[in-house]
Design a protein around this ligand. Structure first.
Ligand code: KG4
Ligand code: ZN
Length: 330
């Protein structure tokens, strides 16, 4: 089935074409430069830029894949969670196009898309322990089968990416902070500053990043400015340790055949290496997307949407955008 996927939940508009589980093309209109001067994503700018980029992004995608609009057999778009104005642009475009072409439409949860991005290049081995780590999420799932998600644990405050972004901003590095921290950290000593492992009392599978963010702030205020690389390396290592610990605590409670790690923070090389080491130690298969499919992309939405549409599970055109909906929350 030839499916168009549209992702517009935050600051990047990304579209992709998937046919029978195979990616044909993915095109992303990035807004990084539009938001960089503000040190974060400005929602009003994001939705307006999405509107500006819709038609050209679709035209370029169709041209790259050598596909005609009339050949599409289904359309998927992110409906939740995210910036509501941004979501509405991609979602309404997708619904209108599906209506005009008389083909089925499927709304996809952004985090479900991230989790399945790991399977653009890997085969799923159920049950899967799926970790989604992005600017808004640090959520751990047990995936029994496609569509069956049990939320095991999550951050109780900042997401991992959000904490990295905030610490980078504090250090004057720029936005988005994750890749900038990673770059600076490569010249630093990860054991220079100590950070306590988060412990959420009464919730053994949850985690937290606000304590280590505050500790980074305190170190930064008191330290010699020449130690920026050491602080970046130590903070990054602490974030990685917290995520590894979260997965290990879950593995002590639930069985899994495979570990999937996805979302923008999964671009991070020390995190990828730590997850490789962890899965080897626990004899788990590991699925991590290529870095370009870790950050927001249309491919994950097209891929997930196609899985639903192939089962005949379309969404009604009345489906609305939802800013906050937790995947797997019961
Ligand atoms: O999945 P994503 O593109 O958007 C959301 O759904 O939030 O993730 C964005 C997050 C940002 O917080 C960004 O700083 C982080 O992913 N990120 C990284 C790296 N690349 C992006 N964090 C650590 N290391 C990286 N290389
Ligand atoms: Zn995302």
């Amino acid at each position: 089935m030839l499916v168009l996927g549209i992702e517009s939940s935050c600051d990047d508009l990304s579209m992709a074409l998937v046919k029978d589980g195979r990616l044909l093309a993915n095109v992303t209109a990035s807004q990084t430069l539009d938001h960089a001067p503000f040190g974060g994503v400005v929602p009003e700018i994001a939705s307006r830029r999405h509107l500006d980029h819709l038609e050209a992004t679709l035209d370029l995608l169709l041209e790259k894949a050598g596909v005609k609009l009339a050949e599409l057999e289904g359309i998927a778009a992110t409906y939740a969670p995210g910036l509501v104005g941004s979501l509405l642009v991609g979602l309404n475009f997708a619904k209108a196009l599906a209506y005009a072409l008389e083909i089925p439409f499927r709304g996809v949860h952004h985090i479900e898309g991230h989790l399945w991005s790991a399977y653009l290049e890997h085969r799923p081995e159920f049950p899967i322990l799926g970790l989604a780590v992005s600017g808004g999420h640090s959520h751990l799932y047990r995936i029994q089968d496609f569509g069956e998600y049990r939320l095991l644990g999550h951050t109780v405050d900042d997401a991992a990416g959000e904490a990295l972004d905030k610490v980078a901003k504090m250090m004057g590095l720029g936005f988005p902070g994750g890749p900038l921290i990673e770059k600076l950290a490569s010249a630093g000593d990860p054991s220079a500053f100590s950070f306590a492992l988060p412990n959420v009392k009464g919730y053994p599978l949850h985690t937290s990043f606000s304590g280590m963010k505050t500790a980074a702030h305190d170190y930064y205020r008191k330290m010699n400015p020449g130690r920026n690389a050491d602080l970046a390396a130590s903070f990054q290592a602490a974030v990685v340790r917290a995520l590894v610990s979260m997965v290990e605590r879950a593995l002590a409670k639930v069985n899994a055949s495979q570990l999937a790690v996805a979302g923008g923070v999964a671009c991070n090389m020390p995190l990828r290496e730590a997850m490789q080491e962890l899965s080897a130690r626990h004899h788990l298969a590991l699925a991590i997307p290529a870095p370009r499919f870790c950050t927001d992309n249309g491919a994950m939405i097209a891929f997930t949407g196609e899985k639903y549409l192939e089962k005949g599970l379309a969404s009604p055109l009345s489906l609305n955008a939802q800013a906050r909906t937790v995947l797997g929350a019961t």
